[in-house]
Design a protein around this ligand. Structure first.
Ligand SMILES: Nc1nc2c(ncn2[C@@H]2O[C@H](COP(=O)(O)OP(=O)(O)OP(=O)(O)O)[C@@H](O)[C@H]2O)c(=O)[nH]1
Ligand SMILES: [Mg+2]
Length: 220
């Protein structure tokens, strides 16, 4: 029982910090995405393709969360955008106070879109609000088409689903329509994009949607 109580207190504290983060983001008119997936689904690759298409149209910043190393922040920094790496040293998700700290390293007046790449994990990050406008869940075709049913919270709490690695479908037994159906069974309101970071198929549609949503957010 005491464990449950402690966990609830931790989450309540996190939600309070997330609420304050969201107020700051809204004051600055920044669209904030919390990108979540299992390890290796292609979050950083999607970021790279997104930066290629949108860095001249939007002022984009990135916060990277990883258990160890600054490899992902280095990949993103090559596109000349502000990138902050949070190393959780074993922690399996980002928390709102870590984002609050990282915000201190960013010029919030000069950002239209902030993308937070969460730690690769399909379970823990779903419980922790960071102050984002929406969660974007990435599911890659190589993980199999049953993952939305097995890890429902991540899909239930997301607004957008990006199905990545569609170039590999000819070599896999997982079925794209089944993957999409399973995700929509869990959350019928998901906006779905099908992409390949290798061939760039579908990347333009995702970027057009992102551009439209980021431009719709004047500072409050
Ligand atoms: N064939 C194929 N490979 C891809 C695609 N997207 C990413 N990959 C590869 O998948 C591997 C993992 O990609 P990342 O972008 O590092 O994945 P991630 O989700 O950021 O990984 P973590 O941050 O470690 O959780 C890399 O070797 C990519 O080159 C894709 O669309 N098609
Ligand atoms: Mg990554």
């Amino acid at each position: 029982m005491s464990v449950i109580t402690i966990e609830r207190k931790v989450l309540e504290k996190n939600d309070e910090v997330a609420r304050r983060n969201r107020e700051v983001f809204d004051d600055h008119g920044i669209l904030v995405l919390n990108m979540v997936s299992s390890p290796g689904a292609g979050k950083t690759s999607i970021l790279e393709r997104t930066l290629e298409e949108l860095r001249d149209k939007l002022r984009i910043a990135v916060i990277e969360g990883d258990v160890q190393t600054d490899l992902d922040a280095r990949r993103v920094a090559k596109y000349n955008v502000p990138a902050v790496q949070i190393v959780t040293r074993g922690g399996c998700h980002l928390e709102a106070n870590l984002i609050q700290e990282a915000m201190g390293s960013l010029k919030l007046d000069s950002i239209d879109l902030l993308i937070i790449e969460n730690v690769g994990n399909l379970v823990c990050p779903s419980n922790y609000d960071l102050g984002e406008a929406m969660k974007v869940v990435v599911a890659s075709t190589t993980e199999g088409d049953d993952k939305p049913l097995k890890y429902p919270a991540m899909f239930r709490n997301a607004s957008v689903l990006i199905i990545n690695k569609i170039d590999l479908l000819p070599y896999l037994t997982s079925d794209l329509a089944t993957l999409k159906d399973n995700a929509l069974k869990i959350n019928p309101s998901l906006t779905v994009f099908e992409v390949s970071c290798t061939t760039k198929q579908g990347i333009t549609q995702w970027c057009e949607w992102l551009l439209e949503n980021a431009q719709r957010r004047p500072a409050s």
